[in-house]
Write a protein that binds this ligand. Structure first.
Ligand code: GCU
Length: 595
């Protein structure tokens, strides 16, 4: 009886193990690893039957002409990884169900080494098998996850099978409706990471928030092992500290050092290396302090005005998700050209290349999880999903000094459940990372003639209030922009996190009436009026127009101007600069020159 039960539970685990993937170890890019990128064989599974009676994970093959096998992998039918599947095959353009991927690979891990499979991101639900064994499941489209595969991996001919289901989920994060294109697939790098038996699983190395001449933080080993010697090397600072792990595998870092602080004007990064028992992880880390004082944001103790822009993770010319270093350079170089010192990465965590290149280019960053507009806050499954995404995001990017804001929501509607969830998430983020600022983007501003007042309970619980306003586009101006009076009872900094309007590049319609709202001149006028208004908001600490470039959205199907694109870009979908680009660039140049 007992053996039958064990057999059944093993079979069940093999077939239906939906255990959560592990939270990925910190900084896979700085470790010994091999990339599994490239062409993967695929099977398209529109009715999502591959986990059931079609059993695609069994990778059945037709043995002869008479043998009848549907849903089989064929070497000629492939998709590139990383990359969304929607933009790779015309028949997958609007596809929102399951695609199965298969990759055969060899692995040169040493006898004593441990091996981990790591996904930089995959949208939206991912199930993974290796050599016929189900490893587990991950939900969430934009954060890294992984599985230890040491006991399963072979030297040759490993069969990796992945099912990605990109269907929008009512109690998902995001929910089932959002104003961006629902790109599905293995959208980020896939690494096979090799470590020693003992290795650095996580670490945080930063400027001590209370002492600008001290490096502080921690190193966490993968095991609760007392007395392991961990070497911390920062060659340029002549640091080669020897740390000892405690019984929980932690070691504390606290080093007095004279440092060059990181800033947009001087994006100084240091080479850092952590080693333990032959296992090393390398990184490049900057040191800076970020604080709020009254209605000011202070970077390295000095007030800062954020000259920002909103960026979706999309290369418009390719009509696809951005995923590579060269994609990151295109988006970040556009922001630099505009005169930005700040970017808001919307509405989900972007890939690591973007954050890292932004750090090198001196761009401060706002990152967010996709608690976006219509979220089923009353569904108890939602908060744990958001918590996991925040944990995965903060663990991945907590050593990126240019990230200064963690955002917990965008334009969510006040309710008992929403308020409670966001207030708790704000507290949890502060506990996870007390060294950065918590924010959220709100649309709740009450209006009384030309007086606009911030009005949302949750604003009390964030450090910086983001406000999305579309004066001149979705709502009319309440009067002369220079006479609009913004009011806040919260005594904290505000960022206008979205403003703007839609226009088609080179569309020179008459600017007099709203009907010509799709002209460049009409939107340029919105920007001119917004800029006039900004000068009269005493607690304004930054602005971020919506949006860097036209982006794809199934919400935006108006036939003559949108054709599936949201046209609020300062750049067209081909990267052409609209009039509003030049209005904003000139404003940012004036700000940079201090007037
Ligand atoms: C909202 C939202 C964006 C959206 C934009 C728009 O504020 O945050 O995701 O694309 O407005 O309506 O264009």
């Amino acid at each position: 009886m007992r053996s039958a039960f064990i057999l059944f539970s093993l079979l069940f685990a093999l077939l239906f193990n939906n255990s959560h993937a592990q939270t990925a170890m910190a900084n896979v890019y700085g470790r010994r690893s091999q990339l599994l990128n490239g062409d993967w064989q695929i099977v398209v599974d529109p009715f999502d039957v591959g986990m059931g009676w079609r059993a695609i994970y069994k990778d059945a093959k037709a043995t002869g002409k008479a043998d009848f096998v549907e849903y089989s992998f064929e070497p000629s039918n492939t998709l590139r990884v990383p990359g969304d599947f929607n933009s790779q095959k015309p028949e997958l353009t609007y596809f929102e169900s399951s695609v199965w991927y298969k990759k055969i690979f060899d692995c040169d891990a040493g006898k004593q080494e441990r091996v981990f499979l790591n996904f930089g991101g995959a949208n939206y639900i991912t199930d993974v098998w290796l050599n016929g064994k189900k490893l587990g499941r991950h939900e969430g489209g934009f954060t890294p996850f992984g599985f230890e595969v040491t006991v399963l991996i072979k030297a040759n001919g490993n069969a990796l099978m992945v099912r990605i289901n990109s269907a929008r989920v009512k109690n998902g994060v995001p929910g089932s409706l959002f104003d961006w294109f629902n790109y599905g697939g293995i959208t980020r790098d896939v690494h096979l990471v090799k470590t020693q038996q003992v290795f650095t699983e996580d670490y945080k190395i930063q400027l001590d928030p209370n002492d600008p001449s001290r490096i502080s933080g921690y190193v966490k080993l993968n095991c609760a092992s007392l007395g392991k010697q961990i070497a911390l090397d920062i060659p340029e600072l002549r640091v080669n500290a020897k740390l000892q792990s405690d019984a929980n595998g932690y070691a504390i870092i606290s080093l007095k050092k004279k440092l060059e602080l990181w800033s947009p004007q001087h994006p100084k990064l240091y080479e850092v290396k952590l080693s333990v028992e032959g296992d090393t992880v390398s990184d490049e880390i900057g040191f800076r302090s970020i604080k709020v004082e009254g209605t000011k944001i202070l970077l390295n103790g000095k007030p800062l005005f954020l000259r920002g822009v909103n960026i979706h993770e999309e290369i418009p010319q390719r009509r696809g998700r951005a995923y590579s270093d060269s994609d990151a350079r295109q988006l970040i170089n556009w922001a630099k050209d505009l005169g930005c010192n700040f970017i808001r990465l919307v509405h989900y965590p972007h890939n690591e290349y973007t954050i890292r290149y932004a750090a090198r280019q001196g761009l401060l960053v706002w990152e967010e999880v996709p608690l976006y507009q219509g979220i089923e806050f009353a569904d108890t499954a939602v908060k744990p999903k958001a918590e996991l995404m925040l944990k995965e995001l903060i663990k991945r990017d907590q050593n990126r000094c240019n990230v200064i804001l963690w955002s917990i929501a965008n334009e969510t509607t006040p309710s008992k459940e929403r308020d409670r969830t966001l207030i708790e998430l704000a507290r949890e983020v502060k506990l996870l990372d007390p060294t950065r600022l918590v924010t959220a983007a709100f649309y709740n501003v009450s209006r009384n003639e030309d007086e606009l007042t911030l009005r949302d309970t949750v604003m009390k619980y964030v450090d910086v209030v983001g406000v999305n306003e579309y004066l001149g586009w979705y709502t009319d101006w309440p009067g002369d922009p220079e006479k609009i009076h913004w009011k806040s009872d919260f005594g904290k900094p505000m960022i206008i996190s979205e403003f703007g309007g839609e226009s088609v590049y080179n569309n020179k319609l008459d600017t007099a009436v709203k009907a010509s709202a799709w002209s460049e001149e009409y939107v340029a006028n919105i920007y001119r009026r917004q800029i006039k208004m900004f000068a009269h908001i005493s607690f304004l600490a930054g602005v971020s127009p919506w949006v860097l470039a036209d982006f794809r959205s199934p919400y935006r199907m108006q036939t003559s101007y949108q054709q599936g694109w949201n046209r609020k870009g300062l750049l067209s979908d081909k990267g052409e600069k609209k009039k509003a680009w030049f209005v904003l660039k000139e404003y940012y140049e004036r700000l940079r020159e201090g007037n």
